[in-house]
Design a protein. Sequence first.
Lengths: 298, 281
Amino acid sequence: MASVLSINNVTKFYGSLKALNNVSFEVPEQSVFGILGPNGSGKITLLGILLDVLKANNGNILWFGHPPTMDDRKKIGSLLETPNFYQYLSPVNNLKITHSISGRGSIDEIDTILKKVKLYERKDNRFNQFSLGMKQRLAIAAALLGSPKVLVLDEPTNGLDPVGIAEIRELIIELRNNGHTIIMASHLLDEVEKVCTHVAILKTGNLLTTGNVNEVLTDDDIIELSAYDLNKLAEILKHYGKNISIDVKMNAVSITLPKGTAKLDDVNKFCFDKGIILNHLILKKQRLEAKFFELTNN
Amino acid sequence: MNSPITNKTQMKSLLKTEWLKIKYYRAFWWITGITTLAYPGINFLFYNVYSKIGDNKDQVSRMAKFLIGNPFSFPEAWHTVAYFSSYFVFLPAVVVIMFITNEYTFKTHRQNIIDGWSRNQFMLSKLIDVVIISMIVTVLLAIISFLFGLINKSESNGTMFDMSYYIVLFLLQTFSQLSIAFLIGFLIRKAFLSLGIFLFYFLILEPILVNVAKFKFDDIGRFLPLAISDRVIPVPAFLGKISPEGYQKALDSIPIHIVLTVIFTTVLWVLCFKINSKRDL
C-alpha cells in the first residue's frame, strides 16, 4: 500500500533538549495511525513538524511522496494541540475562515457540519462563550470541513464527556471505513486500541516500535489454562513451552509461546494425552496498556 | 521556500480572509470611531485658536493674522490638517498591535498555517491589515482636510488641490509608523506589553531623544525610527513663521525623508517576513 506520509530521520532540538531523536516511520494509506507516548515523548512536536508550524533540525518528511507544500496542508484536516479559533467570532464565522484559507468544503456545508458535531444550536454564540468540550467539537468540525482524505488529530477526545468520546470514536471508525487516513496522537490507550490499525510508540523522543496494531500488541502468545491439579499441569507443560507461571489467585497456569505459534487444540490434545483434563483454555492477547508500560518502562 | 505571491486570486483570498477577521472585531470599529472624532477634534482646537486671534479687532492681531495666513484654507489646509492629525497615529496603532497579537493569543497564527497558508502568505495577510488600516485613516484625513478647506475661504493664490500631495505623505508616514507598531507586536506577541512598549516609545522615549539630539548631537535624532517619517510632514507654515530658516530647511529635507522612510519601512517588512519564515510558531 502506498504511503500517505513518510517520516525520515527527523530530529528536533529545543535549545539543548532533544525532543525528537532520529525518528522514522511510514503511514500507509487508509490506516488509522496512532502515535502513542507518555507526556513529553515528542508526539506534539512531531505533529507540529508534519504541519510546518515547527522546523525540524534534521531529517525530512514526505507527504504523498513529495516534500510538503502548502497545498498539501490545505488538503489535510488538522487539529493540533488546543482548538485555535478567533475568540470574538461565532463558530460559523470561524469555519468561514477555515474554508477561506484551506479552500476545503463550502459555505453551505458549514451548517451540516455543525449539526454533525452537535453545535448547530450554538452557531451564533461567540467562541469565548464555549465550554472546552464545545471548543473541541468545533475543532473537529474544522478538521472535517470538506471531508479531507487525510486527517491529523491531536488528542481528538480531549475535554469531551463520555458520550462525546464515544461519538468521536464512532466518527473515526466511520471515516476509516470510508477510506480516510487518520493520523492521531493520543495518550488514551483505550482509545487507540479501539480505533487504530497502526501505531508508533514514542518515548523521550525515540521511536520504540511501530507497525500494525496486532503485531505491536502481541509480541508473544499467552495461553491461560486450568485443571484440577495445577502443579501437575505446570509440570507437564514444561515439555511444551517456556515461561510457565502459576497464578494461584486466578487458579490458572499461563504459558508464553512465540508469536503466532499458539494452537489451542494442540495444547488441549497434548494435555489430554498426558492424562490431564482442562477446565479452562484461552488465548490471551497482551493488552495495549500492559505492552505500553512494558515498552516505556525499559 | 515559498515563492512570492503575485497571483491575483491568492491576493483576493487573503483580503477576504482578513476582512472576515476584521469585520466582527469590535475594537476595530471603536477605534475607527474614536479616530473619526479625534482628527477633526485636534484640528478644530487649533482652528479655534486661530479664529480667536482674528476676533480681536486691534491692529496687531490683524497684522498677525495677515502674516500667518489662514492655515485651514486651501491649499495649506492639506498640510495643516495632516500635521495635527498625525499625532493620533497611536490610535490606529492600537488596532494594528491587537490584530497581530490576537493571532498569538488565540494561536491562530499556527492554525492559519495548519489550514494551508504559507508562512509568507500569513505575513502578507498581516501586511494587508496594516495597509487597510493606513488607508482607512488616510481617507478619513482626506475628508476632514477637504471639509476644513471648504469652510475656510482661501486667501492664497494657490489652487485648491495644490498641496493635496500631503495626503500621500500622510499615508506614507502612517504606514511607516504603524509598521513599527506591528513589528513590536510581532516580536513581543503579548498584547498589553506591546501596547505599553509602543506607547512609551512613541509618546515619551523618542520625543525626548529627538529633542536632546536636536541641541546636543547635530539633530541625529532625525534618524530614529519614528522621526524618519515624522519629518515627511513638517510643521505647518504658520508655525514655521517662528523660524523661517528652520522651516525652509524642514521643507527641503522632505524628499530625503521620503526616501529614508521607504527604505526603513521596506527593511522592516523584509525582516518580518524573514523572521517569520525561520522561527517556530
